[in-house]
Design a protein around this ligand. Structure first.
Ligand code: GDP
Ligand code: MG
Length: 163
């Protein structure tokens, strides 16, 4: 079986954009079963020749930002627990939010290795956000532009040891 990578982060940081870039046209499965897997999308990813299964989580999207438990506990927890590595996306343009901090605390308590990704990193507007992301405590973030395809080689280097 292929190793598994879970993409996690608060709404609008670019998780689905990264998922689509990794999977390209080879979307294997759109999972719309009810319950815990409702918003979950899986596909076979290829990252510069690295093959793995990728899960796009949407567990926060209907969530009151003040209460992480609900859907995150059900969906994202399941995805992260079965993953070989979690890609923790933050938005380098907007900077960190309390929800990013909370997701970070939660990920730190899980056993799954975490690769921190500062997405939307193209251009000067992202510089302070990339720096700020370091404060989450997962080391230097990978500066990525999922939309423009920048930083893909750095993402490859960070993911490779885990898959
Ligand atoms: P999700 O809610 O985390 O799945 O985020 P989406 O993938 O739906 O993206 C949210 C918004 O961010 C969309 O308008 C995307 O076009 C935009 N976006 C995603 N990646 C990038 C990026 O690398 N740079 C910029 N500037 N915008 C991006
Ligand atoms: Mg999404």
């Amino acid at each position: 079986p292929l190793p598994t990578v879970a993409i996690v982060g608060r709404p609008n940081v670019g998780k689905s954009t990264l998922f689509n870039r990794l999977v390209g046209k080879r979307v294997a499965l759109v999972d719309d079963r009810p319950g815990v897997t409702r918003d979950r999308r899986e596909g076979e990813a290829n990252l510069l020749g690295l093959d793995f299964r990728v899960i796009d989580t949407a567990g926060f999207e209907d969530e009151d930002p003040a209460s992480l438990p609900g859907r995150m506990r059900q969906q994202t927890e399941a995805a992260v627990n079965e993953a070989d590595v979690a890609l923790f996306l933050v938005d380098a343009r907007e900077g960190l939010t309390p929800l990013d901090e909370e997701i970070g605390r939660w990920l730190r308590a899980s056993k799954t290795p975490v690769v921190l990704v500062a997405n939307k990193a193209e251009g000067r507007a992202a510089e302070s956000g990339i720096f700020e992301a370091f404060g989450l405590g997962f080391g230097d973030p990978i500066a990525l532009s999922a939309e423009h395809g920048e930083g893909v080689a750095d993402l490859f280097e960070a993911v490779r040891p885990h898959v």
